[in-house]
Design a protein around this ligand. Structure first.
Ligand SMILES: CC(C)(COP(=O)(O)OP(=O)(O)OC[C@H]1O[C@@H](n2cnc3c(N)ncnc32)[C@H](O)[C@@H]1OP(=O)(O)O)[C@@H](O)C(=O)NCCC(=O)NCCS
Length: 265
């Protein structure tokens, strides 16, 4: 069955715009991808190129996550613009960051998929990145710390009583930031740092951000479903007064009709 979601307000709508004062992060559990796909059109919604990429993936789990990420981003974007899910087309930046082809709607989005979770962040007029990892990080992962954290970050990590969670939190925060900038891992992760602020919250310290832009960056790490660390980076605008609130939303509960969202009995 194919479901299309209700048409949202178009560009230029300000008071009705659900993204006027916030960012939405949509979550889809990997185990729900088959039902999500069945209810939203599945592979038929993908372009030929996307289907070819899907078919080239060797592992079923990688295919599931790839399909889930494609469908989630299409369904989610159609919540905020009068474009049917199948009609979105995407471009890629120099380092592979997807963006909307002919970005008339002022929307920016980013996706992440990890073992068990797919997430998509969407903002309007701002820029955002998202990254998810299982938490706590496995002990083997900790040996990568010297490659991805500054000496000070490594020391903070060493002194943390919950190193596995601290590693995952720092990692997703840094990766979300580089995904918002579009560089991804092409940027040396030890060239900038993310620090905890005394009153809670995080701040990115990066000499490459021009001075006037620094206060616009906001970094958060949320714990999702007890086993994922979700890093979110948003570059706000000069018009934003303070941090942009982030709403976590459920793809299964909010994008599908109730009967499709229930597991088959
Ligand atoms: C982006 C990157 C950090 C993602 O790492 P990851 O933890 O394995 O994957 P995630 O699940 O968090 O994110 C993957 C998604 O991020 C998006 N993405 C890809 N490159 C991106 C970039 N440079 N910036 C932001 N987002 C990017 C894509 O949607 C991708 O999903 P897809 O592969 O299903 O299309 C990593 O792939 C990277 O650094 N890529 C850039 C490498 C590079 O320099 N390429 C140059 C030639 S294109």
């Amino acid at each position: 069955m194919t479901t299309t979601t209700a048409a949202p307000p178009g560009p230029g709508t300000t008071t009705d715009d659900p993204l006027a004062g916030s960012a939405d992060v949509w979550l889809l559990a990997e185990e729900d991808v088959p039902r999500f796909a069945e209810a939203t059109g599945g592979l038929d919604l993908l372009t030929d190129e996307e289907r070819a990429r899907h078919d080239r993936l060797l592992f079923p789990a990688a295919r599931t996550r790839f399909l889930g990420a494609r469908l989630l981003s299409r369904q989610v974007l159609s919540q905020y613009a009068d474009v049917p899910p199948a009609e979105w087309r995407f471009d890629k930046g120099k380092f592979g960051r997807p963006s909307i082809h002919q970005a008339d709607w002022g929307l920016d989005f980013n996706i992440t998929h990890t073992n068990g979770l797919i997430a998509a962040i969407v903002v309007r007029g701002r820029t955002a990145g998202v990254d998810a990892e299982n938490t706590p990080a496995r002990p083997e992962a900790l040996k990568f710390a010297p490659k991805v954290f500054t000496p000070l970050e490594q020391e903070v990590l060493r002194r943390d009583r919950e190193q596995g969670h601290a590693f995952a939190d720092s990692w997703v925060a840094k990766e979300a930031y580089t995904k918002a900038t579009g560089m991804g891992m092409a940027r040396g992760f030890d060239a900038f740092s993310v620090h905890r602020l005394r009153g809670g919250g995080l701040a990115v310290v990066d000499d490459e951000i021009p001075e006037p832009e620094r206060p616009l960056w906001q970094i958060q790490v949320l714990q999702v479903w007890d086993r994922f660390a979700l890093g979110i980076a948003i570059r706000a605008t000069e018009h934003d007064e303070g941090p942009v609130p982030v709403r976590l939303r459920s793809a299964m509960a909010e994008l599908l009709p109730a009967h499709a969202a229930e597991p088959a009995r």
